[in-house]
Design a binder for this molecule. Sequence first.
Ligand SMILES: C[S@@+](CC[C@H](N)C(=O)[O-])C[C@H]1O[C@@H](n2cnc3c(N)ncnc32)[C@H](O)[C@@H]1O
Length: 257
Amino acid sequence: MEKPNVAPSTALAYLDPHYWDERFSSEEHYEWFKDYSHFQHLIQPHINPNSSSSLLELGCGNSQLCDQLYNDGITQITCIDLSPVAVENTHKRLLAKNCKDIKVLVADMLDLPFSNESFDVVIEKGTMNILNLKDVLFVDSGDPWNPHPATVNKVMAMLEGVHRVLKPDGIFISISFGQPHFRRPLFEDPKFTWSIEWNTFGDGFHYFFYTLKKGRRSLVDHERCGEILEKPSICLFQEELDNEDFLFRTNVEELGS
Ligand SMILES: C[S@@+](CC[C@H](N)C(=O)[O-])C[C@H]1O[C@@H](n2cnc3c(N)ncnc32)[C@H](O)[C@@H]1O
């Protein structure tokens, strides 16, 4: 069967919730930033199969990450997405695969409808990138080192929510192409108690797998907050974009034309 063309005419469409509804009406499956098999070895040390471990996935889209985590023994999974179409399709797919314990809800990751300290693990793959897309594309702010204040507010609302719903020793996993020099200033805000580590995966272009452990921030981590991060040249940032998933690459070129 021919794959429907779901790429938007401009990357700014990714910021529009209607774009995602329309896309998910015709697209059955797409994995942003690689599928589970590429980072399974990085997740496994942090999950406790066949225990009562609870996991929240932010912005599941039509990814099959939750199915694969379920098959690896994580049975208490909740997935959220802002798109009702993504949620309905995911729900149907999971029922068909007999993964009916997984809960799938329409919810906004900027305003999480969960009580404090409800999850052992929160995971996002490619979803946080939607929030800072304007900065990634140099639209509005024009400078990735000085993100637009509205972007920072949204990212902080998301991170505060994640920190709040994590159990005292919970873990936030963020899978992204966002490099540590852009991510660390956000993750290291003094209001968060998590420690920060990252690994890379992927051939050629590397994706980042961030692990933030709540309640594990050390004095050294706090002192590092004041560090001035060495800025790479903008060429490096452009190189990062040039290697991005084809949708980003295509649309960056279109914006520049
Ligand atoms: C780039 S896709 C990533 C999808 C999936 N995580 C994957 O790895 O393939 C971003 C997803 O985030 C969802 N999304 C965007 N803004 C959101 C928000 N504020 N709250 C929850 N989901 C959101 C979109 O509907 C879309 O499904």
